[in-house]
Design a protein around this ligand. Sequence first.
Ligand SMILES: [Zn+2]
Length: 256
Amino acid sequence: MRAVGLHADVVTATSRAYQTTCTLVRAGGEAFCIDSPVFPDELEIVPALAEQAGFSVVGLLTTHADWDHLLGRYAFPEAPLGCAETTATRLVNEPGDAQRALREYDEELYVERPRPLSLPSAQRLAVPGKLDIGDRELELHPADGHTHDGMAVWIPWARVLVCGDYLSPVEIPMVGGSVHAYLATLARLEPLVEEAEHVVPGHGAPIDGVRAAAILREDRAYLEALLEAGAAAKLPLARRTGAQRKIHAANVARLS
Ligand SMILES: [Zn+2]
């Protein structure tokens, strides 16, 4: 796992699995942990990382309800979980889904965990809206399209955007929700990306605002081509591996 300080109040760690990111943000003696790494040893290190950096984690946030972003409880077993209303609803409507998906992943890779994943009932945050942290505020923006739920977190004083599964340098848009919602989310993120010093995608190491803006344009072009041409849509140049082609095929299948 790689950890990098993006600002005096923001540290991001990138997991060895799927390059899933976990971001710690602090203000006024209080810190939140947004999303999570995947492997047990990585989750074990996060509290030490937070302590070393002087971040006192009082809560967990998740950008969306996919299992790989929900493992923060292994790092901070007592911390309450906050998420968008859409995500809280999804967690209620799909009981056990995250645990099941985690179990399948762990069985496939022979990963052992200290205990099963416990998910507390999540605190529903108003999105769009603001969330107090210490003496400052985080901005929460709706981010759906990848899934039907989700939010992006804008950290105004650090100019860092934690966007969930969008703007990834390693993964093409994975459309589990809808293409139109995905495009609307990209349009919503665009002005934030323009202001951003750093963008933290759900998968892939943090990137600067210029690179994120380029990825946003590529992703929009890909999604528009997907609507027009289906399977014939061209994948972004730097994201054409076999795994990305599989995601593309799944996108096409979902559309038809
Ligand atoms: Zn993800």
